[in-house]
Design a protein around this ligand. Structure first.
Ligand code: KIV
Ligand code: ZN
Length: 554
C-alpha cells in the first residue's frame, strides 16, 4: 500500500444540496422490491444457474412475496431466452408478478428481448447505457452528446416495438438505468434521463422506472443519498417516475446507501438475496427488509423460513451465507459471552411476561419470527471462576456440584484449561470431571460389593482389585457406607478417614436414569477430599464415590 494514497486516489466530489431533507426523515413504509437474483446475481456466478436452478429460484422468490423479478438478459444468452419462454409458456408467473428483462440500447438485442417476452402478462423492459466520465472516456470514447444519442436511439427502438407486446395483451413498463449513475455528474444523469423520458413520455398514470445505480460504490452512503435527493428534486415530471435504487457493496455500505436513498425519496429497491452479485455483491434485500421489520414496518416480503431460503440459495447459486451474515447467518442468534447470555435470559423472561414490544438485549428480533432459535454456547476459559464451571455442568448436564466441591474442582478445571490455552466446551468440561472423579480406579477398583444389616449393624463383604490383584475385604458399621469404609481401612490398607459430607442426586441421560453420589472424606491429618460415583443403584454410586475420594487421597 502507498504511504501517501492521495498520490493515486482522490476523494469523491460532494453534491451541492443547500437544503437537504433526507437526514431528518424516517422510513414509514416498505419500497417496491425488485429481485435481480436471476440477472445481476446470476451473471456474477462462476457457474451461472441452469434453467432448472433458475426455475427453483424464481419459485422461491415468488414465495417470499417479490412482485417484480428481473429474470435475465435474454438477448445475452440462449439459456436466459429459453428460461423466459418456459416461464411464459408453462404459465409459471402468477398474475400479480411482473418479470423484468435487461437489455442494452442496441437494435438486435432489443428485438430478441421483445421476442422472449411475447405472451407474458406484465413485463418491465429495462434498458441501460453507461454514463460516467470514466466509461465515456475509456470504454466508449464518446462525448456526453453521443452517449445521450445512444440512449435516445435505444429508447426509440424499444418504443417502436412495444406494439408487438401490447397487441398481445402484455402490460409493459419501461425502465431506464444510467449505468454507473453514482459516478456520473448529477446534472448529466438528469439530462440523459430526461432525454429518455422525452421519448417514452411517462405520465402519472403510466409511470416509467428511473433506476439510479450505485454500479460501483465510489463514495459514502450520504453522498449517494444526496445524489438521489438531487435527482428527485430537480428532474422534470417527478410524478411520472418511479425512482429506483440499485446499490452494490464495494465499500461495504450497500445497505446503508439504499436506506439513505429511500430517505432521499426513492420508491423502489433492486437487490438480491443475501447480497449475491458482481464483486462484493448487490444490495442484500433481506437485510433492508428485515431492518424495516425490526422497526415495526411490514416489509411486504416474508422470510419466515430463513433456513429453507438459505438452503435454496446455496443449492442454486453455489454461494454460501457467512455465519455472521446479518439476520441469516448461523451464528446470528447465538451468544458465546456469559454476560450476554445472562442479559438475554433476563430479557427473554421479561418479554415472556409482558409479550408486547421486543426489547431483549443483544437480539434485534425474535429469532422465532424467521424460524430460528436463540442458542447459547457456553464455554469456560482459564479466567472463568469456579461458579462458571459449576454453572456449565449444571445447566448443560444437570450435575449439581456441592458448593465445597466447586471450590475443589473449579481450580483443577481452570488449570487444565490454562494448559490447553483455549476455551473448552461443556462436554469437555464434563470429560474432565469424569476423569478426575468418576473414572479413578487406582489404587482401588471395586470388583464386588455386598452389605447387609441386622439390628442396625451392617456387615460388608466385598472385593477390590488392588494393583491387579483381587482382594476380599470385610467391615462393619452403622450403615453400608460406614461398613465399607471400615473394610477399606482394615483390609485394603487405605489411610484412615471418616465420611464428612454425603450428597446424592439423580441424573438422567438418554433413557437411563442413574444416581450420582458425592462424598467428602476427612483424613487423619484433617485434609478433606471429594469423590464422586455414578451407578444406576444409589448404594453402589455412594460406594464408588468413597473409592473415588480414597483413590484421590492415596
Ligand atoms: O449495477 C448496475 O449498474 C447494473 C445496471 C445494469 C442496472 O446492474
Ligand atoms: Zn448491478
Amino acid at each position: 500500500m502507498l504511504k501517501n494514497p492521495s498520490s493515486k486516489y482522490q476523494p469523491f466530489p460532494l453534491v451541492s444540496i443547500p437544503n437537504r431533507q433526507w437526514p431528518s426523515r424516517h422510513l414509514t413504509h416498505a419500497p417496491i422490491w425488485c429481485s435481480v437474483d436471476l440477472r445481476d446475481g446470476n451473471q456474477a456466478l462462476a457457474v451461472p444457474m441452469n434453467v432448472s436452478q433458475k426455475l427453483e429460484m424464481f419459485d422461491a422468490l415468488v414465495k417470499c412475496g417479490f412482485k417484480e423479478i428481473e429474470v435475465g438478459f435474454p438477448s445475452a444468452s440462449n439459456t436466459e431466452f429459453q428460461f423466459n419462454r418456459r416461464l411464459i409458456e408453462e404459465k409459471r408467473i402468477p398474475d400479480d408478478v411482473t418479470i423484468q428483462c435487461l437489455v442494452q440500447a442496441r437494435e438486435d438485442l432489443i428485438e430478441k428481448t421483445v421476442e422472449s417476452l411475447l405472451g407474458a402478462k406484465k413485463v418491465v423492459i429495462h434498458m441501460y447505457n453507461s454514463t460516467s466520465p470514466a466509461q465515456r472516456k475509456y470504454v466508449f470514447g464518446k462525448t456526453k452528446e453521443e452517449i445521450i444519442t445512444v440512449a435516445i436511439k435505444g429508447a426509440q427502438m424499444i418504443k417502436d416495438r412495444l406494439h408487438r407486446l401490447t397487441e398481445g395483451g402484455t402490460q409493459v413498463t419501461l425502465q431506464y438505468s444510467p449505468e454507473s449513475f453514482s459516478a456520473t455528474e448529477v446534472e448529466f444523469a438528469k439530462e440523459i434521463s430526461e432525454a429518455v423520458m422525452d421519448v417514452w413520455q411517462p405520465t402519472p398514470e403510466h409511470k416509467m422506472i428511473l433506476n439510479l445505480p450505485d454500479t460501483v460504490e465510489v463514495a459514502m452512503p450520504n453522498v449517494y443519498a444526496d445524489q438521489i435527493e438531487w435527482i428527485c428534486t430537480n428532474i422534470k415530471n417527478r410524478e411520472s417516475l418511479i425512482i429506483s435504487l440499485h446499490t452494490h457493496n464495494d465499500r461495504g455500505t450497500g445497505t446503508a446507501a439504499t436506506e439513505l436513498g429511500l430517505l432521499a425519496g426513492a420508491d423502489r429497491v433492486e437487490g438480491t438475496l443475501f447480497g449475491n452479485g458482481e464483486r462484493t455483491g448487490n444490495l442484500d434485500i433481506v437485510q433492508v427488509a428485515m431492518n424495516l421489520y425490526m422497526h415495526g414496518i411490514a416489509p411486504g416480503l416474508d422470510f419466515s423460513d430463513m433456513s429453507g431460503l438459505i438452503h435454496m440459495y446455496e443449492r442454486t447459486t453455489g454461494m454460501t451465507v457467512a455465519p455472521r451474515h446479518p439476520y441469516a447467518g448461523e451464528l446470528v442468534f447465538t451468544a458465546f459471552s456469559g454476560s450476554h447470555q445472562d442479559a438475554i435470559k433476563k430479557g427473554l423472561s421479561g418479554y415472556e411476561e409482558h409479550k408486547s414490544i421486543w426489547d431483549v438485549p443483544y437480539l434485534t428480533i425474535d429469532p422465532n419470527d424467521i424460524g430460528r432459535e436463540y442458542r447459547e454456547v457456553i464455554r469456560v476459559n482459564s479466567q472463568s471462576g469456579k461458579g462458571g464451571v459449576a454453572y456449565l455442568l449444571e445447566s448443560e448436564f444437570g450435575i449439581e456440584l456441592p458448593k465445597d466441591m466447586q471450590r475443589e474442582f473449579g481450580p483443577l478445571a481452570n488449570d487444565i484449561v490454562d494448559k490447553l490455552g483455549r476455551e473448552v466446551t461443556a462436554a469437555e468440561l464434563k470429560g474432565m470431571f469424569w476423569k478426575e472423579y468418576i473414572e479413578r480406579e487406582t489404587p482401588f477398583a471395586l470388583h464386588h460389593f455386598h452389605a447387609d444389616g441386622v439390628d442396625g449393624i451392617f456387615t460388608c463383604r466385598s472385593s477390590l482389585v488392588i494393583n491387579g490383584q483381587e482382594r476380599g475385604i470385610t467391615g462393619t458399621g452403622n450403615g453400608p457406607i460406614a461398613a465399607f469404609a471400615h473394610a477399606l481401612i482394615k483390609d485394603a490398607g487405605a489411610p484412615a478417614f471418616e465420611v464428612a459430607t454425603y450428597r446424592e442426586q439423580s441424573l438422567s441421560s438418554g433413557t437411563e436414569a442413574s444416581a450420582l453420589a458425592f462424598i467428602q472424606i476427612k483424613t487423619a491429618s484433617g485434609k478433606t477430599i471429594w469423590g464422586a460415583g455414578v451407578d444406576t443403584n444409589i448404594e453402589l454410586a455412594s460406594i464408588k464415590a468413597i473409592l473415588s475420594a480414597v483413590n484421590r487421597a492415596s
